[in-house]
Design a binder for this molecule. Structure first.
Ligand SMILES: Cc1cc2nc3c(=O)[nH]c(=O)nc-3n(C[C@H](O)[C@H](O)[C@H](O)COP(=O)(O)OP(=O)(O)OC[C@H]3O[C@@H](n4cnc5c(N)ncnc54)[C@H](O)[C@@H]3O)c2cc1C
Length: 341
């Protein structure tokens, strides 16, 4: 059996492991990462307002879900180490040697600007959950003097962090959307759509594009107005959904159509990890709901009776809503769920 070891469980490393698990299920897969938690790094800009835990998933959970072994270890290596490992086909960890046929290095790129100054920050500050403290500090200093924040790097990270910060500073300072719209020179509705994540990418990028193309910013949003006529929605338009009343990590869900698509049915993909119990129904809803269990097993409690649904079964809720859901294991339960308004 071929052995593949991936170093680094960021976007590249996980994509590699997940694809290999799907396409070469007989491969023995291992992941090495210095952290215990995978961080959804593209959401880091939101940590000014939300705890970083909202964007983290334990590698152990991903390992169980996708069938790879996880070793928590930060490897310090040079090009010479890579050559030597390649010759021996063995990787030295703290407590063992890991044999491999293929080694994939996905350790990402680290910020070039690293400083221990209290006034210079990089994304590791956000990754460690320090966003809210930084925001509070800047707000309190701004009461007595004009503070200036400079961003180095105008890629996706810099622009998203910049815009998120602008929005947070605006709302915490009590500036209305109309005030900001006047300052930026756009309509309040544009600001509102950007803040509701209906417009992507960031406003500075859109403004720049509008300037370069000599068009109104609104021309970028025409697709939204035509949503009602759309018949196909791509997987990239799916939106992560949160269930604040259910325990963290007990369910993962995606709404498969854009949030502003007005229709009678809302399709979701719901995933409940093995051995998780939900102390209530996913939605607070009185209409009908239909589910198709794509994989795994689920027990649902309706009044006092408990029923078990298996892969391929349909669950049709007309009025009564389950008071408990449980995945008895061993695998993850995946449901296609349709909520009728
Ligand atoms: C706020 C923000 C917004 C972004 N938005 C977008 C966007 O909208 N679109 C887009 O395309 N890109 C975006 N990006 C960029 C995107 O996130 C990165 O390009 C992507 O994460 C790179 O993936 P990676 O797997 O190469 O590295 P990373 O995701 O950085 O993963 C590296 C992994 O390797 C581990 N590691 C590092 N060194 C070692 C070591 N020596 N030993 C063991 N493990 C190690 C780390 O712990 C980490 O888990 C954004 C980034 C940020 C920060």
């Amino acid at each position: 059996m071929a052995k593949v070891v991936v170093i680094g469980g960021g976007y590249a490393g996980l994509a590699c492991l997940i694809e290999l698990a799907k396409k070469a299920p007989k491969t023995e897969l291992s992941l090495i990462d210095g952290r215990a938690l995978h961080c959804k790094i593209t959401n880091l800009h939101k940590t000014f307002a939300q705890p970083v835990a909202d964007f983290q998933v334990p590698f152990a959970e991903l390992a169980e879900r996708f069938g790879f072994a996880f070793h928590r270890h930060r490897l310090n290596f040079t090009a010479a180490d890579l050559i030597s490992w390649q010759q021996t086909k063995k990787l030295p960890l703290a407590d063992r040697e890991l044999a491999f046929d293929w080694l994939v290095v996905c350790t990402g790129s680290h910020p070039l600007l690293q400083s221990h100054s209290t006034d210079v920050h990089d994304i590791s500050d956000l990754q460690d959950g320090r966003g809210p403290q930084l925001l509070e500090r800047w707000l309190s200093e701004a009461k007595t003097r004009r503070i200036e924040l400079s961003f180095v790097g105008a890629g996706a990270t810099g622009l998203q962090v910049l815009f998120e910060l602008q929005e947070q500073l605006r709302s915490k300072r009590g500036l209305s959307q109309t005030d900001l719209a006047k300052l930026v020179g756009v309509t309040p509705s544009t600001i509102s759509q950007v803040e509701s994540n209906l417009i992507y990418p960031s406003l500075p990028a859109l403004l720049k594009m509008a300037e370069i193309l000599a068009v109104e910013v609104s021309s970028f949003f025409q697709e939204k107005a035509n949503l009602a006529n759309r018949v196909i929605f791509s997987s990239s338009e799916a939106v992560d959904i949160k269930f604040p009343d259910l325990p963290d990590g007990s369910i993962h869900a995606k709404l498969l159509t854009p949030v502003d698509f007005e229709a009678k049915a809302e399709p979701f993909i719901l995933e409940i990890p093995a051995h998780q119990t939900l102390p209530g129904h996913f939605f607070i809803h009185r209409g009908e709901e239909i589910g198709y269990l794509l994989s795994g097993k689920l027990q649902l409690k309706l009044e006092k009776s408990v029923s078990t649904a298996r892969s391929g079964d349909v669950i049709y809720l007309t009025s009564a809503m389950p008071s408990q859901w449980k995945n008895p294991g061993p695998g993850i339960a995946r449901l296609l769920w349709i909520k009728i308004k």
